[in-house]
Design a protein around this ligand. Structure first.
Ligand code: CP
Ligand code: NVA
Length: 320
């Protein structure tokens, strides 16, 4: 049985196998087979969602399944029933589950105890479905593979979205740059798991403003200076400064991340014609300015729409 729990645990081969199935779903939106007919899947969400929720609900239905949306707050899970019991109950009735929660270990525990195909729809550690969509969208819009390209992530470099980008860079082989204040650089332990070896220990060089390291088949650069990080980038990418669950740190984050914004200056530093993407939701004036978002709306909302087609490809890969 296949799960999609993280990009860390997905091989490059499987990542490519998922992406290869997207066009059949995008080109034949309502004409494709309905392999989930007779099945019931659940979305179990402990955090808010627009794109992930709608794309999975619509995608599962278009593949033939019935869908339950379960807000964790409305089921006994929200009152403290253990994951392992919730998972065993759900596993005895459902055919698959899509989980959005806090700890990565909770999704992994759910998969282990439920024994049904389980998808990570975002945890504090990773957002694998998002980055699969981002790579698909980059390749669709540029007409070339991401391998060898330069991707610059700007903002909170220590959250789930850049973490999934890190594993993608290591597996596929491209240059990832993370532009963030040092306090928001990814943890050395995560970098070691992605293959950075001893170079992961950037904290041992307390005054460095740039660190470059080999990362599996790719390269990672941690950079304090946004403009430097944007130079000759093929893709500028950002995410919210205050991730879900970090609301108590909002004022510190807004202060620390001020300036880590995709705007005209940054776009001018990137390659001519570079793509600008945002996983959304966007906070105009924080991680991206309003004019840049609108100028790149066609890319950003294609990226959002592609969530639907990629979710179907993920499910088709899991069934295969
Ligand atoms: N990008 C993303 O996952 O959006 P939602 O939080 O709306 O699902
Ligand atoms: N890093 C963000 C992603 C939102 C899709 C969060 O976790 O809130």
């Amino acid at each position: 049985m296949k799960h999609l729990l993280s990009l860390e645990s997905l091989s490059a081969l499987d990542l490519r196998a998922i992406l290869a199935r997207v066009p059949e779903f995008k080109l034949h939106r309502r004409l494709h087979a309905r392999p989930l007919t007779g099945q019931t899947w659940a979305l179990v969400f402990s955090k808010s969602s627009t794109r992930t929720r709608v794309s999975f609900e619509v995608g599962l239905r278009e593949l033939g399944a019935e869908v339950l949306f379960l807000s964790a707050a409305d089921i006994q899970l929200g009152r403290g029933e253990p994951i392992q019991d919730t998972a065993r109950v759900m596993g005895s009735m459902l055919h698959g589950a899509v989980i959005r929660t806090f700890a990565q270990s909770d999704v992994e525990e759910f998969a282990r105890y439920s024994r049904i195909p389980t998808i990570n729809a975002l945890t504090d550690q990773e957002h694998p479905c998002q980055i699969l969509t981002d790579i698909y969208t980059f390749e669709e819009l540029t007409g070339r593979r991401i391998e060898g390209s330069v991707v610059t992530f700007v903002g909170d470099g220590a959250c789930n979205v850049p973490a999934s980008w890190i594993f993608a860079a290591a597996k596929l082989g491209f240059e990832l740059r993370i532009a963030a204040p040092r306090d928001y650089w990814p943890a050395p332990e995560l970098l070691r798991r992605a293959g950075a070896g001893e170079a992961a220990d950037w904290h041992l060089h307390p005054t460095s403003v740039t660190e470059r390291m080999a990362l599996g088949n790719g390269t990672l650069e941690l950079v304090v200076d946004c403009t430097l990080a944007a130079r000759r980038a093929d893709l500028l990418y950002t995410d919210v400064w205050v991730s879900m669950g970090k609301e108590a740190e909002a004022s510190d984050r807004l202060r620390a991340l001020q300036g880590y914004q995709i705007n005209d200056t940054l776009v001018a530093a990137a390659k001519p014609g570079a793509l600008v993407m945002h996983c959304l939701p966007a906070y105009r004036g924080h991680e991206i300015d309003a004019a840049t978002l609108e100028r790149h709306a066609s890319t950003i909302f294609t990226q959002a729409e592609n969530r639907l087609h990629v979710q179907k490809a993920i499910i088709a890969w899991m069934l295969g």
